[in-house]
Design a protein around this ligand. Structure first.
Ligand code: FAD
Length: 426
């Protein structure tokens, strides 16, 4: 059988992981072509002080902020077969993750296969009898367009670049600055200002703490149950913002009204694939949902297109690693997929079951506890080693710590003792 040609869109963690596994299977796959729209690898982890657009007019990709430290310890964040430097502490500044990805790229010799400053503009399936191929059109920095044919496409373009701003009636009346965490880089410019932070998930909480440290008065506005752990004195909690009034004041759900210099939306991101035509792929692509995707990976109608890392609330790098290995096993024939109708049925049943449990539509891709069984199933089907149980156990411990000590959990250091055990170290 001829080796297959795979296009990988993006050289962030997911794209590098795809390239690494493709390169390790030379009997089944040609060397991949990795398209990367920026001039570097790392995606999210490649910190860029610019906000808005690059010189070429394309929107800035990374949402990384200057003082971010990881919210997972390196012991579980790592790709399963590629540890971080053991000398480093568990929770790392973003620069260390970027260095780690550079080391990963170097040690698997991926760089020669990356086309930098090259954006994928269109991905089109060409179906002829039993065979599907993919026409990938890309554009390089000189504006030169090229269309090439591949047997498969891995979409690794990331999901944290297109800011989601909820509809807030009267937002245009707000007199101060409106920004999204995508364009937040550091806290100093907000010193002395009153900032309403909308959303209290990972970024909302982290950014509120950074802002309070530089003397901003922060109103952390969210619809979650009141946070009971200690927050810095500059942060007070409020109910969600429901409107901005004609005079520019902000109205909250509990009826109170306040004024602010800044509205900071920490309200997540939309899925956005400018290079895909949803109808052509028989997919529904909405802000928070792509469906149907069998095993959250591939459209049943065209199972040689793979979306890596689309699920939310997961342990990202290990999850990417499992998805990539499963996808390659599908392509090389070691995993046989069910029929299209069966895959569509499975997806429908799974989503229906979640909806019946009361999961909102925009949360349907949240995995949380289900991620471990999901990864185990992929590993079992494709015959690669499952994630060691210690990954789950330490991940869950860190989540617990984050809920109790959001300001200090990153000062803890862990060590893995075995596949099942970890310990806390000084
Ligand atoms: P990205 O890193 O976004 O990479 C996508 C790549 O695709 C980019 O390089 C982009 O330039 C390229 N690209 C996009 N479109 C095109 C195109 N059309 N053509 C060519 N190239 C294209 N995860 C953790 O494990 N631990 C953490 O502590 C953590 N903290 C985070 C903090 C923040 C602020 C954010 C936003 C995310 C965080 N994450 C964390 C999640 C993080 O996004 C993932 O770990 C991971 O980096 C995602 O990798 P990715 O390859 O899917 O996407």
């Amino acid at each position: 059988m001829a080796v297959q040609r795979v296009a990988v869109i993006g050289a962030g963690a997911a794209g590098l992981c795809a390239a690494r596994h493709i390169l390790s299977r030379p009997n089944s796959f040609a060397r991949p072509v990795v398209f990367e729209l920026t001039d570097n690898i790392g995606g999210t982890w490649c910190y860029d002080e610019r906000v808005g657009s690059y010189d070429n007019g394309r929107p800035v990709h990374s949402s990384m902020y200057r003082d971010l430290r990881t919210n997972l310890p390196k012991e579980v964040m790592m790709f399963p077969d590629f540890p971080f430097d053991p000398q480093l502490s568990s929770f790392l500044p973003h620069q260390e993750v970027q260095r780690y990805l550079e080391r990963y790229c170097h040690s698997h010799n991926i760089r020669p296969h990356i086309r930098f400053n090259t954006a994928v503009e269109n991905v089109k399936p060409v179906v002829e009898e039993e065979t599907t191929t993919w026409e990938v059109t890309s554009c390089d920095s000189s504006g030169g367009q090229k269309t090439e044919t591949f047997d498969s496409v891995f979409v690794c373009s990331g999901h944290y670049s297109d800011p989601h701003i909820p509809d807030i009636p009267g937002l245009e009346n707000f007199k101060g600055e409106v920004l999204h965490s995508h364009s937040y880089r550091y806290a100093e410019p907000f010193s002395g200002q009153s900032v309403v932070v909308l959303g209290a998930k990972a970024s909302g909480l982290d950014i509120s703490i950074e802002l309070a440290k530089v003397g901003a008065q922060v109103t952390l506005s969210h619809g979650r149950p009141r946070l009971t752990f200690p927050l810095p004195s500059g942060i007070r909690q409020s109910s969600p913002v429901v409107a901005v009034q004609d005079d520019g004041s902000v109205r909250f759900q509990d009826g109170s009204v306040g004024r602010a210099d800044v509205l900071m939306f920490c309200t997540g991101y939309n899925f956005r694939y400018t290079f895909l035509d949803a109808d052509q792929l028989r997919l529904e692509i909405q802000d928070h949902m792509v469906s149907p995707l069998y095993r959250f990976l591939t459209p049943p109608a065209l199972p040689s297109l793979f979306f890596i890392g689309i699920c939310k609330i997961i342990c990202p790098f290990p999850n990417f690693d499992c998805q990539v290995q499963f996808a390659l096993a599908v392509l090389d024939g070691s995993v046989s997929l069910p029929s299209r109708a069966e895959m569509e049925d499975e997806v429908r049943r799974e989503l229906q079951e979640k909806v019946e449990r009361g999961v909102q539509r925009r949360h349907l891709l949240i995995m949380e506890k289900d991620q471990w069984e999901y990864c185990r199933t992929l590993a079992h089907a494709a015959g690669f080693p499952p994630l060691p149980p210690v990954v789950r156990s330490l991940y869950e411990e860190v989540w617990r710590q984050r809920q109790i000590h959001p300001q200090s959990y990153r000062s803890l250091n862990y060590r893995l003792i075995s596949d099942t055990q970890w310990e806390l170290i000084d």
